[in-house]
Design a protein. Structure first.
Length: 273
């Protein structure tokens, strides 16, 4: 998308937190609240996301309290974000420490920025989007997610398995968003096309979809993580198209921060946009 609208995937993090609403009756095969696989795991539509989560060692990932990584995000030759992100593995709390010494904190209830003078339009978007893209392989069967039957699509001139992900009513900020998830041959997450309906009509969002590709997987404590993301235009007809940006992910490690680590600083201001 253009400018910040490219990344407004904020809704999905909120949609997929552990305290989200349950999914539709058709998808009672979703995971249980603790991240386990529900009784309907044998459903053909659910075998697809479950296989991806298994390939990413979701159970091992969730054994850890928090994970931390550095992100350097470039668009149009310009640095969009340079920060260290720490998040609970269940996505319940997030902290982003930027190179300019400002910080964003989600304390499990509200989002904050410190110092208050650094508040900016799109801060709430930054608060959730990058964390979600990082955590996506571990959240595909969270409550509130609905899956269509898998089908083959073209990626890098090859046919790969893919499936469309949607969300239940009143789940997150923009439940009309959808994703098309691409699965690599080794079952890992290869790419995700998406639309952004936050503050937009669905028809407008569907006229301008994009995709994120996941590259250069590295294993940390037995869990694979993509260390390079590329962003692309996307269309129903052509699939993943020209590259428009990229992110480098480094210094990935599991951490166990103190309880007050995700507390908003005294000079913080609530982020609402």
């Amino acid at each position: 998308m253009k400018k910040l609208l490219l990344f407004s995937t904020i809704l999905v993090l909120i949609a997929c937190r552990n305290n989200s609403e349950t999914t539709t009756s058709e998808e009672k095969i979703m995971t249980e609240a603790d991240g386990g696989i529900g009784d309907g795991a044998s459903s053909p539509s659910m075998q697809f996301p479950i296989a991806i989560e298994n390939a990413h060692k979701k159970d091992e990932f969730l054994k850890h309290k928090s994970v931390q990584f550095d992100i350097a995000l470039i668009f149009g030759g310009n640095e969009r974000l340079n920060a260290k992100i720490t998040t609970l593995t269940n996505s319940g709390k997030i902290k982003i420490e930027k190179k300019d010494s400002s910080s964003l904190v989600f304390d499990g209830d509200k989002a904050w920025i410190a110092p208050a003078a650094k508040n900016y339009e799109g801060a709430r978007f930054d608060m959730f989007t990058w964390q979600y893209f990082f955590s996506l392989p571990f959240k595909l069967t969270d409550n509130g997610t609905n899956w269509e039957m898998p089908k083959q699509r073209i990626m890098d001139n090859n046919k790969v398995n893919s499936a469309k992900l949607t969300f239940g009513e009143n789940v997150g900020d923009a439940p009309d968003d959808w994703y098309v998830i691409y699965q690599a041959e080794d079952k890992k997450l290869a790419a995700a096309a998406y639309i952004v309906t936050l503050n937009r009509e669905v028809s407008t969002a569907e006229a301008n979809p994009h995709a994120i590709n996941y590259h250069n997987y590295e294993t940390v404590d037995g869990v694979p993580f993509a260390t390079k993301w590329t962003f692309h235009n996307w269309s129903q007809e052509n699939g993943i198209e020209n590259e428009i940006g990229e992110a480098r992910i480094s210094n990935i490690k599991f951490v166990d921060p103190e309880d007050d680590f995700f507390k908003a600083p005294e000079n913080a201001e609530e982020v609402k946009k």
